[in-house]
Design a binder for this molecule. Structure first.
Ligand code: HEC
Length: 158
């Protein structure tokens, strides 16, 4: 009993603060959300190392309001769904998922990174988080120049 209690206390103490405070939820069902745009990033592009492949961007209803107004309300979620893009027989097709990148708006909870929580799920696996505490350097820093549009690069099209 004593050992079990000690182990429990150790686990609670060892848990990083972000695990409870600022963890970004997996975006359940995002493939049924609104498709914003797609893009293929080929070898030779400056972002190829991290984002090479084909990506599709999806927005939930609150995020659509943000795309239209320029200010994203709390609860807005945008997904950057990155797949491999093999080229063969004069066609580029969708390959396996590389990562599902997420931006989740909550002005208070994610105040340190512009009100957005950033996370990536390797292979789309909800248990394989690749960003964690690194959101500021791994993601937010590059989105900062888009501050005037609430840190979002993409635009909604007809
Ligand atoms: C080197 C710059 C750079 C870094 C680093 C970066 N992004 Fe982005 N991100 C972009 C660009 C450029 C776009 C727009 C892509 C497009 O228009 O198709 C984008 C788009 C997105 C979008 C769609 C919303 C938007 O802004 O258009 C999400 C979600 C996203 N990124 C998440 C992430 C996550 C999560 C990370 C960290 C793992 C990350 N990004 C790191 C440059 C970056």
């Amino acid at each position: 009993m004593r050992t079990a209690l000690t182990t429990l206390v150790a686990a609670v103490v060892a848990a990083p603060a972000w695990a409870t405070d600022v963890v970004v939820p997996y975006p359940e069902g995002y493939r049924t959300w609104t498709h914003v745009k797609s893009m293929v990033i080929e070898d030779g592009h400056p972002l190829h190392a991290s984002f090479g492949g084909i990506h599709h961007i999806y927005a939930n209803d609150k995020a659509l309001k943000g795309y239209r107004s320029g200010r994203f309300p709390d609860g807005a979620v945008i997904v950057f769904d990155l797949l491999e893009a093999p080229r063969a027989d004069h066609a580029i097709t969708e390959g396996p998922r590389k990562v599902a990148g997420v931006m989740h708006k909550n002005a208070r909870r994610y105040a340190a990174t512009g009100g957005w929580g950033f996370e990536g799920f390797a292979g789309g696996d909800k248990t394989q988080r690749v960003v964690g505490k690194q959101a500021e350097t791994a993601c937010f820093a590059c989105h900062v120049p888009q501050k005037g549009r609430d840190y979002v690069f993409s635009r909604l099209r007809d």
